[in-house]
Structure formats: structure tokens, C-alpha cells
Design a protein around this ligand. Structure first.
Ligand code: NAD
Length: 488
């Protein structure tokens, strides 16, 4: 059974009035157990605690304490890594195999450690040198100081919950901020476990990290509207990101948004088509519920039919099903609502005139679980909804292009700009194309850009700001410039 209590002001607590909601396994539709159903009043208490901790503990200035606490947290999570793995498979429906990579082990290796180590490397201050800055006849010494932003509201989705939580908490804590974490209602236990570990296994001062679970999305909105919160760090859909930005405007808080995507897998005409397309069904990993997954396959129009047949073969041999089975990379969608949303898009694709080449519905060999067949669409025009909108399901659309210019045009004709892949036998050509694609990350010839040291985020509707890397530390800081008369 998972942890049902929230973490507020250093204590593990139930929600106001003892309210709870159910955590459900999307593969079996069984109730896993209860979790606290936090109210706006619980959220307000958490905000107060985070504010107080920022103002009154030494957290914002004591870099040695922060390093020690991040080490303790790392050790604590590692001590429960296998339980956490099983819990993630149960509550997120993630294939167990992915937990050995991006869903758990990869971020756990570095998401806390890298920013912890960067506390010593980070340029906390820099001198601008003396200058008669306003021409008043004397030299002024000037320095730029970096300081924590303050209280950060952290709002996360359900698809890669541990990865996203650690890649936000690591940098923001390393930079000296305090926070309130609001996990997605679909995957609360990994966050409440973290809360218990923080309370019981670390010296992180009370109030520095607060964790509030709630079935009601709008409890999270307190973080956008409260004048006591300095910044919201959000990962989720573009629609919610826009709403957070609007709700944050009256208090002019900092808003850091990691949003949706509709990225391309661009196969240039000099690429080995067969070898590349053999892996085309990988976009169905975790039910396609990954923001950076390339879900538009762009192939040379001269080889379009051939490419569709190769992709069909890849889709038809793609294994999916029970996420505890280590031979699958695709489990269920997170909820019935998401399953229906994906099936609705498939319907829309058919109605718009695209052709379902493989899949296209709810599989009939599962009697439980919110599964969708891996689905391949051909005859797709980039203006169709299935090519423009984020489906967040196991659906790939194949679009033909005439030449590199046309491929770049199609890639960029999207409201999003998060990620993408390019394959070519000519690395320089691939890089030239990469420079023209307006997205925050790109993998060339199978290269993987990911890492705690690698900035990740989007152009256009895919977000504001960058998570990870030096940029992902900077974003959790304010800048103060000071000057004093130079000596001599
Ligand atoms: P969502 O936007 O529905 O919800 C995300 C979180 O926001 C949840 O915790 C939810 O409870 C909360 N929330 C909803 N309305 C809110 C409001 N008005 N104020 C404050 N909080 C609110 O997204 P989701 O369905 O949980 O996740 C899927 C989306 O997340 C996809 O669009 C995906 O692309 C995106 N995503 C982006 C990244 C990235 O780094 N760019 C990573 C993972 C997922």
C-alpha cells in the first residue's frame, strides 16, 4: 500500500476533514488504495509553510546544508528504489522495462546529484569590473549576484512523474528555493512516498518541501493565484500552461512551462529507410504518452508507399500489453478519459480522409485496462488535426515531403516546438536541417540529447524556459546587480 498522507510543514498529514480519493491501476482498473484529497485550505497551509521556511530557515543561504540534504534524499530514494519501481508500474501503467531507463533509473542517477554538485560550480556572483558608470567622475565596482527566486509552486503530470519531479526539485532546491509540489491525481503515490522519505530520512527543514495531493485540479490553481508564491514551475498540457500563465498574471510571478509537443521523425532521402523505419513503432512507447516523442513521420514522397509498408511491418510486430511484462514497451493509457480521447482522434483522422494502415481501435484481447492499439495513419496532410494536435497516444502519422526545404516547412508548420529526430547518412546535412527546425531538442541519427546537464524545453506552444542544464539552474534564480565606490 502506498503512502496516503501529504507533507505540510515537515509533518505527514491527512487532508482537511480526512478526505481521500482513490489511486487506480490503469492496466487492471483496480483501486490500489487511498490518498489524501487536499483542499484549497490545505494548499494555503502548505504555501504559508514554504514562505516561512524561505524567510526563517537558513535554507536560502546555507549551501553546505543543501548539499547534505540532497545527498540524504538521494540515499533515501535509492533505499526504496525497487518498491518505487513497482509502484510506478501500478499507478502510471508504465511498462516495467522503461523504469530501468527514463522512467526511474536514469533520472535517479543524476537529477538530484548533478544540481547538488553544481552548487559548488555555479557562478553565484560575477564582477563587472570598475567603471565610471554614469559619467559622474568616480569609479564604481559592480557585481551581479544570483539568489533563489523564493517559493516555487511545482505542478507535474502523470506520464513520467518521478523523472519530472526530480528534475524540478533537484535544481530548485540546489538553488535555495522552497516549494509546494502538486502531483497529478492519477499518480500520487510516488510523490507522497517522496514526502515520507523527506520527513523521515532527511534533515530538509520543515516547510522547505511540501507535497499536496488532490483529486481537484483547481487546488493547484492556488499556486498560480497566491501572492506568497514567487514562481510556478509547471509540466503538463499547453491548455493548462496557458491557464496558469493567465492566472499568474495579476501577481506577475515567474512562470516556467514545459508543455506539449508534436515532434517530427524526419528521414532524409539519403537515409537507410529500412533500418530507420524498423524502429518507427517506438513512438508507441508508454502508450505514446511522452511529450517529446516524435509522432509525425516525415519521409521522401518518392519513397512514400515503400516507407508506409516498412512502418506497417514495424507496427504489426510491436508488442504491447501488461506493463509488468518485461517484453513490452507499451502498456495502457493512463485513464478511460485518455483512452477515449485517443480513440476520438483516430475517428477524426478517418473522418478527415487519412487511412488507417495498422491498429485503429481498442484491442479486443484485453478484458481490462485502458489500452489502445498501436495505430499507423497514411495519406496524412500536415493540416489535419491528427498532424497538428498532440494526441498523447500510440498514434503515428506518415507525411511525405518533396525536398529538404519542404521537410523543414512541414516540421515547422506546427503550434509546437519541443523535440524531434533527423536521420541522414550525411551528418553535416542533418545538422544544417536541424538548425532550421524550431524546436528545443533534436536527436540526429539516433543521438540522445537527454541528461540532467542538458537543457530541455520548447519553442512556441511547447513552453517557456528550460529544465536541466545550467539554464535549468538559472531559471530558479533572481538576479541582483550591486555597485559600490571602487577603492583608490
Ligand atoms: P494537464 O495539463 O492536464 O495536468 C498537469 C498537471 O496540472 C496536473 O497535476 C493537474 O492536476 C494540474 N492542473 C490542471 N489544471 C490546473 C490548473 N488550472 N491550475 C494548476 N494546476 C492544474 O496534463 P496531463 O494530462 O497531466 O499531462 C499530459 C500533458 O503533459 C501533455 O500535454 C504532455 O505533452 C505534457 N508534458 C510535457 C512535458 C514537457 O516537459 N514538455 C513532459 C511531460 C508531459
Amino acid at each position: 500500500m502506498g503512502e496516503s498522507r501529504m507533507l505540510i510543514d515537515g509533518r505527514l498529514v491527512d487532508a482537511e476533514g480526512g478526505a481521500t480519493f482513490e489511486n487506480v491501476n490503469p492496466a487492471t482498473e483496480e483501486v490500489l488504495g487511498p490518498v489524501a484529497d487536499g483542499s484549497p485550505a490545505d494548499m494555503a497551509r502548505a504555501v504559508d509553510a514554504a514562505r516561512r521556511a524561505f524567510e526563517t530557515t537558513g535554507w536560502a543561504s546555507d549551501t553546505e546544508a543543501r548539499k547534505a540534504c540532497l545527498d540524504q534524499l538521494q540515499t533515501a530514494i535509492e533505499s526504496e528504489q525497487e518498491d518505487l519501481r513497482q509502484e510506478l508500474v501500478s499507478e502510471a501503467g508504465t511498462p516495467a522495462l522503461i523504469t530501468y531507463g527514463p522512467q526511474l533509473d536514469a533520472p535517479l542517477r543524476e537529477a538530484l546529484r548533478w544540481p547538488r554538485d553544481m552548487i559548488d560550480e555555479f557562478e553565484w556572483s560575477r564582477s563587472l569590473g570598475p567603471k565610471d558608470a554614469m559619467g559622474v567622475g568616480y569609479q564604481t565596482e559592480r557585481e551581479v549576484w544570483k539568489e533563489p527566486v523564493g517559493v516555487v509552486g511545482v505542478i507535474v503530470p502523470w506520464n513520467f512523474p518521478v523523472e519530472i519531479i526530480l528534475n524540478k526539485l533537484g535544481p530548485l532546491l540546489a538553488m535555495g528555493n522552497t516549494c509546494i509540489l502538486k502531483p497529478a491525481p492519477d499518480t500520487p503515490w510516488n510523490a507522497t512516498r517522496l514526502g515520507r522519505l523527506i520527513a523521515e530520512e532527511t534533515d530538509i527543514p520543515p516547510g522547505v518541501v511540501n507535497i499536496v495531493t488532490s483529486a481537484d485540479h483547481l487546488v493547484g490553481e492556488v499556486l498560480s493565484t497566491s501572492a506568497e508564491v514567487d514562481m510556478v514551475a509547471f509540466t503538463g498540457s499547453t491548455a493548462t500552461g496557458r491557464r496558469i500563465l493567465e492566472a499568474s498574471a495579476p501577481t506577475l510571478k515567474r512562470v516556467f512551462l514545459e508543455l506539449g509537443g508534436k515532434s517530427v521523425n524526419l528521414v532524409l532521402d539519403d537515409a537507410d529507410l529500412e533500418a530507420t523505419l524498423a524502429g518507427s513503432a517506438v513512438c508507441c512507447m508508454h502508450g505514446g504518452q511522452g511529450c517529446a516523442i516524435p509522432t509525425r513521420l516525415l519521409v521522401p514522397r518518392s519513397h512514400y508507399d515503400e516507407a508506409v509498408e516498412m512502418a506497417r511491418a514495424a507496427f504489426e510486430s510491436w508488442a504491447y500489453g501488461d506493463p509488468t511484462d518485461l517484453s513490452v514497451l507499451q502498456g495502457p493509457q493512463i485513464s478511460r478519459r485518455q483512452q477515449e480521447r485517443v480513440l476520438g482522434y483516430i475517428q477524426q483522422g478517418r473522418a478527415e480522409g487519412a487511412t488507417v494502415v495498422s491498429g485503429g481501435g481498442r484491442p479486443n484481447h484485453f478484458d481490462r485496462g485502458w489500452y489502445v492499439e498501436p495505430t499507423l495513419f497514411a495519406d496524412v496532410d500536415n493540416t489535419m488535426a491528427i498532424a497538428q494536435e498532440e494526441i498523447f497516444g500510440p498514434v503515428l502519422v506518415v507525411i511525405g515531403f518533396d525536398d529538404d526545404d519542404d521537410a523543414v516547412r512541414i516540421a515547422n508548420e506546427s503550434p509546437y516546438g519541443l523535440s524531434g529526430m533527423i536521420t541522414s547518412s550525411d551528418l553535416d546535412r542533418a545538422k544544417t536541417v536541424a538548425r532550421r527546425i524550431r524546436t528545443g531538442t533534436l536527436g540526429i541519427n539516433g543521438g540522445i540529447w537527454y541528461g540532467a546537464d542538458a537543457p530541455f524545453g520548447g519553442y512556441k506552444g511547447s513552453g517557456l524556459g528550460r529544465q536541466c542544464g545550467t539554464e535549468g539552474l538559472e531559471i530558479f534564480t533572481e538576479t541582483k546587480t550591486v555597485g559600490w565606490p571602487a577603492e583608490g
